[in-house]
Design a protein around this ligand. Structure first.
Ligand code: ATP
Length: 266
């Protein structure tokens, strides 16, 4: 359902029924500052959802809250019908949610291989060694350049390779839901395309994905549905194509060319 910017957003009942992740009336705080103000969102199994919005809209805050990195929040977050309230990040990873954080947050002095294995550290405790080796092989097939660089320190990789490593590390936790915070940031266009193609490939393999992006056009092109966040409030929801065609989204988020085009017509 698409609504105009600034109007109230209501989720459809069908969306709520089948959700893997369901967020209702979420409010997040940094001390006394409210960064998210009554946000609702749902992600169904197998969907690729894009969350777009300007700087400071609250996108990272939302992902960090889902991941348990921010604990000061009100409202409801259900993952596979279970509340996430009170769970710390390790517990949330255990439930099946992995975050690829903004800025990648790798361990630069450690090798590529060790960074990948760290993504599976809780699984090592459960002695899932064989499954971990299989997943490692899958990640190295997904990103062949990481195999070439496996003994290299993560800090010596290019930006694109580091992003691949951050995604690979998140996959090593064997998530059901993958959260990505601005994976295209600072990358050349061909690398952005490569990363987004990998996300499409993961979706085709059944992964559920919530993608935060400032590169709204690229994100909406591959998304099943998208949400637009503005100043801590969800102002728009729709399928990827509808949002790409939406005049308000074009004006606000799809770049100078689109804005000039629209202004020239108005
Ligand atoms: P960007 O694309 O720039 O990362 P964003 O949409 O991810 O933007 P957030 O980083 O979630 O936005 O920030 C949402 C709001 O919360 C902003 O007003 C920001 O200034 C504020 N904020 C973020 N981190 C903190 C913090 N640690 N302490 C206080 N306020 C914060």
């Amino acid at each position: 359902m698409t609504v105009s910017m600034g109007k109230t957003l209501h989720e459809s009942n069908t969306c709520e029924r089948a959700s893997m992740l369901r967020i209702r009336n979420l409010k997040c705080y940094y001390g006394r500052i409210r960064a998210i103000n009554g946000v609702s969102l749902s992600v169904r199994p197998g969907e690729l959802i894009a969350l777009i919005g300007a700087n400071g809209a609250g996108k990272s805050t939302l992902l960090q809250t889902i991941s348990g990195l921010l604990q000061n929040w009100e409202g409801e977050i259900l993952f596979q019908k279970e509340p996430l309230k009170g769970l710390r990040p390790p517990g949330i990873v255990e439930r099946g949610i992995s975050l690829v954080p903004e800025g990648r947050m790798l361990f630069p002095p450690m090798t590529v291989l060790d960074n990948l294995k760290l993504g599976a550290y809780r699984r090592y405790r459960r002695r899932e060694h064989t499954a971990i080796e299989e997943d490692l092989e899958e990640v190295l097939q997904l990103f062949p350049v990481l195999r070439e660089r496996e003994k290299q320190q993560a800090g010596t990789l290019s930006g694109g390779e580091q992003q691949m490593l951050a995604i690979g590390r998140a996959l090593m936790a064997k998530p059901r839901l993958l959260l990505l915070d601005e994976p295209s940031m600072g990358l050349a266009p061909f690398l952005v395309r490569l990363i987004l193609d990998v996300l499409v490939q993961l979706k085709e393999q059944g992964m559920t994905i919530l993608l935060v992006e400032q590169n709204a056009r690229a994100a909406l092109q591959i998304a099943d549905r998208g949400y637009v966040l503005e100043n801590g409030k969800m102002v728009l929801e729709g399928n990827g194509c509808d949002l790409l065609a939406d005049q308000d989204v074009k004006r606000a988020y799809l770049g100078k060319d689109y804005r000039e085009f629209c202004e020239g017509r108005s």
